[in-house]
Design a protein around this ligand. Structure first.
Ligand code: TXE
Length: 480
């Protein structure tokens, strides 16, 4: 069985403990590879290597850093199919999705920051004839990057790319549930000639490796994407150490549909915003609020289309949904369906495991699920389920739907469907979310600030925001 290795100081190495954890293939429920069960010793080795590499990497010209990272982009693109198949195997998502979204986006993340640094500039503040200030933006040292399982290489690279491009060295940990694409990336980093120690990947469990990264005194900045609870744990450790923190956490995103929307377009995109990646995207719209005049029309059309969505083998191009990521996650999602019933909800379609045959018999397949009849403030409508489950609910006024939409502890993203421009702007301004999509969903421009408010996160990724996170501004004041 394949044993993955850590990537430390430019080499692929076994974990110090010699121990490994099982890695599951969600499509079949079988163990198919082994992940290093690393611990604080491995994090120590990686951090030492990163510290040693920092002076040289941070002093390289931006052109040199850019060229090395662009080489990595070429290799990711060369291995697109292999990486997409590996991502699908590790995560359960359809291969077509990994090919269309995950891996191209990982390449785009590296390209965006490798070229972004070529266009960066800093400010100057004139005090007339008296003085002039200018700002330097300096890399900080070793960045800790911790990422989740839902979009493995996509989110991993979204952190690592700006950290490296801005001149930091990195100690990173992918999710132990989906380590494979990060492991394959480490092989490509060696081939691309990333200098030893600049980028280190330590595989293993969150409470061991993740917390060793968070606690390490020589890692002064942590970029984390994952659950809100974990974000709180990390913040508790990092705050008294005065670390810089970027936290991208959960969401419970409202999808607000007004009667005057382009119905067909809305329906098509709402299917995607509900169930893309088996509903395991922090941006998925899981609470669908529909203006009453079109509620019944929407319900009928949506439920019909959802019930026709094929759940199946991730390697089959016709599968709209593959497997969810793990058995515990599948059980968690199913427990929310039970909770929804207890809370008075009616399951209109789905709500159960999909039984497959042959090799896929023990895979973690869930039917896309639509529930109605719940209050906006019940647990099903307040807690993040992170699976292929949405609730639908009618509303009568803007005021009412804004109250529903803003009622959760989360504030990541929201979607508005309307052809009334004034209303679109008015409602967008009143939504308490970091991102608002109007008549679209997951339309991403990498230059825009990405992140959430309330318990969906702290700070922003994307564009120059991420380069600013991974650098410290220094003001230099010169008396004239
Ligand atoms: O997240 P975790 P998981 C949410 C979503 C999902 C939940 C759980 O609600 O159901 O998170 O997903 C590492 N110190 N999102 O289990 O546990 C862990 O090893 C340091 C939202 O993946 O938070 C992994 O690498 N690190 C989301 C990473 O943190 C720790 C995307 C995320 O794990 C740690 C995915 C610790 N004590 C899930 N414990 C989004 N917003 O994009 C765990 N980790």
């Amino acid at each position: 069985m394949q044993k993955l290795q850590n990537y430390i100081n430019g080499e692929l190495v076994a974990p110090a403990s010699g121990n490994y954890i099982d890695n599951y293939h969600p499509a079949t429920g079988k163990v198919y590879s082994l992940i290093p069960d690393s611990d604080a010793k491995d994090v120590e080795l990686a951090t030492d290597a990163a510290k040693k590499a920092f002076p040289e990497w941070s002093k390289k010209s931006i052109q040199e850093r850019s060229a090395i990272l662009l080489k990595l982009v070429d290799l990711i693109e060369r291995d697109m199919d292999k990486l997409a198949e590996a991502e699908s195997k590790d995560n359960g998502k359809p291969i077509w999705l990994a090919k269309a979204v995950d891996i191209p986006r990982a390449a785009a993340n590296f390209r965006f920051y490798a070229t972004g640094i070529l266009h960066e500039h800093t400010e100057a503040h004139s005090m007339g004839e008296e003085a002039i200030n200018y700002t330097l933006r300096e890399p900080i040292g070793v960045a800790g990057c911790i990422s989740p399982w839902n979009l493995p290489l996509y989110l991993f690279s979204w952190k690592v790319a700006p950290a490296l491009a801005s001149g930091n060295c990195v100690v990173a940990k992918p999710s132990e549930i989906t380590p494979m694409s990060a492991y394959l990336l480490s092989e490509l980093c060696i081939e691309a000639g990333i200098p030893a120690g600049v980028f280190n990947i330590v595989h293993g469990l969150g409470p061991k490796v993740g917390s060793a990264i968070t606690e390490h005194p020589d890692i002064p900045m942590i970029s984390f994407t994952g659950g809100t609870q974990t974000g709180a744990t990390i913040a508790r450790t990092a705050a008294p150490m005065f670390k810089k923190l970027s936290l991208e956490l959960g969401g419970k995103n409202p999808n607000i549909i007004f009667a005057d929307c382009d119905f067909d377009e809305m329906l098509k995109v709402t299917l995607r915003s509900s169930f893309a990646n088996q509903g395991q995207i922090c941006l998925c719209g899981s609470r669908i609020f529909v203006e009453r005049p079109i509620y019944e029309k929407f319900k009928t059309a949506f439920v019909e289309r959802v019930s026709q969505m094929k759940v199946g083998d991730p390697s089959d191009d016709k599968s709209k949904l593959g497997a969810v990521v793990s058995k515990p996650h599948m059980e968690k999602v199913l427990s929310y369906v039970e909770l929804a019933k207890e809370e008075g909800g009616t399951v209109l379609t789905g709500g159960h495991r999909v039984e497959m045959e042959g090799e896929l018999k023990d895979g973690y397949y869930l039917a896309p699920t639509v529930i109605e009849g719940l209050n906006y403030n019940c647990r099903t409508n307040q807690e993040e389920i992170f699976g292929p489950v949405v609730t639908i609910m009618p509303f009568d006024t803007e005021e009412e739907v804004l109250m529903y939409a803003n009622s959760t502890k989360y504030g990541l993203a929201s979607t508005i469907w309307t052809s009334n421009l004034k209303r679109a702007h008015r409602v967008a301004a009143k939504l308490h979310t970091g991102i608002v999509w109007i008549n679209c969903w997951l339309l991403r421009d990498l230059r825009t600030p990405f992140g959430g408010v309330k318990q969906s996160g702290v700070g922003r990724e994307g564009g120059f925001e991420a380069l600013q996170f991974f650098t410290e501004p220094k003001n230099v004041c010169i008396k004239l």
